[in-house]
Design a protein around this ligand. Structure first.
Ligand code: NAD
Length: 348
């Protein structure tokens, strides 16, 4: 039986809501981790979880990550996240989204939802048909713009921070980065890297995505099971979480890890394992905050693109601070970032 209050990923979440709609076969979980700093905000993931236990664990972990992300990013927002247990290729996707949106609406603004894996900006517009609390919608932006590009810009700031602080480089020209996952964030990160003269090694389970990266960025393609073994300067996980674990960490060749996927550490202790392995890890929820910074302003004020971009660029100095404090005190970077987040939440 799946436990909740003593679940290993339960962290005194304020609310965990199980949402159903029999007519369309909706099964979803909304986890509100904290509203201490403002309404809980975080995306909606649609994924064909193998079990309800996997979905619950993901919702609990992702929502806590959102609380920490929004806190370190200095946003007036708490943390929440939802998961819909379904394959995004399901022909009933719009009906599932509409049914789910009614559950979010019933929370009357305690939780704002948005995009995540399996739910894109066009889907966010579908959610908004039945719900007032949706951001990162396609209709908010000029045609063709995907707010994941804000996230990718933050990732690029992180790569610059690592290059200067850890690798002591004054240019990205010739830098070698391994990018795992070529979706909305990973592909856009490759675009920035390529434009800056860096080399990319890539992997994705989708051959079409790999083909595009090879063609447009001159990328070297490797098997998805081998990408963490690539002999590169920086490893950038941009697919799903838990990729930094007991099996992968001893074999990682990169000197630093800076990628956009959520929940990269399989367990908190892997932050210390990376420190012990001499690998500088940029905490995922810090470097991937660009999307929230760029897209969430609609929740608390009118969005101004320039202000959002400036805020995303400031991620570089936040990340440099974290890396420097961790080096000075010989602490895992993940602990340093967690302390920053907790200080802000407890001060609220
Ligand atoms: P996406 O669905 O657009 O892309 C994910 C890509 O990873 C897909 O191309 C998929 O085929 C690939 N993939 C899946 N399993 C893989 C594997 N084992 N090896 C290699 N590739 C694999 O998702 P996204 O929006 O780019 O998000 C990626 C990660 O970044 C997620 O963890 C997401 O939660 C996180 N994130 C995204 C945003 C955003 O703005 N989109 C913001 C913050 C965090």
């Amino acid at each position: 039986m799946t436990r909740i209050f003593d679940h290993p990923d339960f962290d005194q979440h304020e609310q965990v809501i199980f949402c159903t709609n029999d007519k369309v076969g909706l099964r979803a979980i909304i986890a509100l981790h904290s509203t201490a700093l403002g309404p809980a905000a975080g995306g909606c993931r649609m994924y064909p979880y193998e079990s309800e236990a996997d979905a619950l664990a993901d919702a609990l972990r992702l929502s806590k990550g959102m609380t920490y992300k929004n806190a370190v990013a200095g946003l007036p927002l708490g943390g929440g996240k939802c998961v819909i247990i379904a394959d995004p290729a399901n022909s009933k996707k719009p009906e599932l989204l509409r049914a789910f949106a009614q559950h979010v609406q019933s929370l009357a603004g305690r939780y704002w939802t948005a995009i995540d894996v399996g739910v894109g900006p066009d889907d966010a517009d579908i959610l908004a048909e039945d719900c007032d609390y949706v951001f990162a919608r396609a209709s908010q932006y000029e045609k063709g713009f995907n707010p994941s590009e804000f996230t990718a810009l933050g990732g690029f700031m992180g790569i610059q921070a690592v290059s200067e602080t850890i690798l002591k480089l004054d240019t990205l020209r010739g830098l070698h980065v391994a990018v795992q996952g070529l979706g909305a964030t990973g592909y856009a990160l490759c675009q920035h890297l390529h434009a800056a003269g860096a080399n990319v090694t890539v992997a994705d389970v989708r051959d079409d995505a790999v083909g595009r990266a090879v063609q447009h960025f001159g990328a070297t393609a490797v098997d998805p099971s081998q990408i963490h073994l690539a002999d590169v300067d920086i490893f950038a996980p941009c697919a799903l979480g838990a990729g930094l674990n007991d099996e992968t960490i001893p074999h990682i060749q990169a000197k630093a890890i800076c990628g956009l996927a959520n929940n990269q550490l399989a367990e908190d202790r892997h932050g210390a394992a990376l420190r012990d392995a001499g690998i500088a890890y940029v905490p995922d929820y810090v470097v991937n905050a660009g999307g929230m910074m760029g897209a969430s302003r609609i929740i608390y004020s009118e969005p101004s693109r320039d202000e959002a971009l400036k805020k995303i660029e400031s991620l570089k100095s936040t990340i440099q601070d974290i890396l420097q404090i961790a080096m000075r005190d010989n602490r895992p970077t993940s602990d340093v970032a967690n302390d920053m987040a907790l200080q802000r939440i407890e001060g609220a």
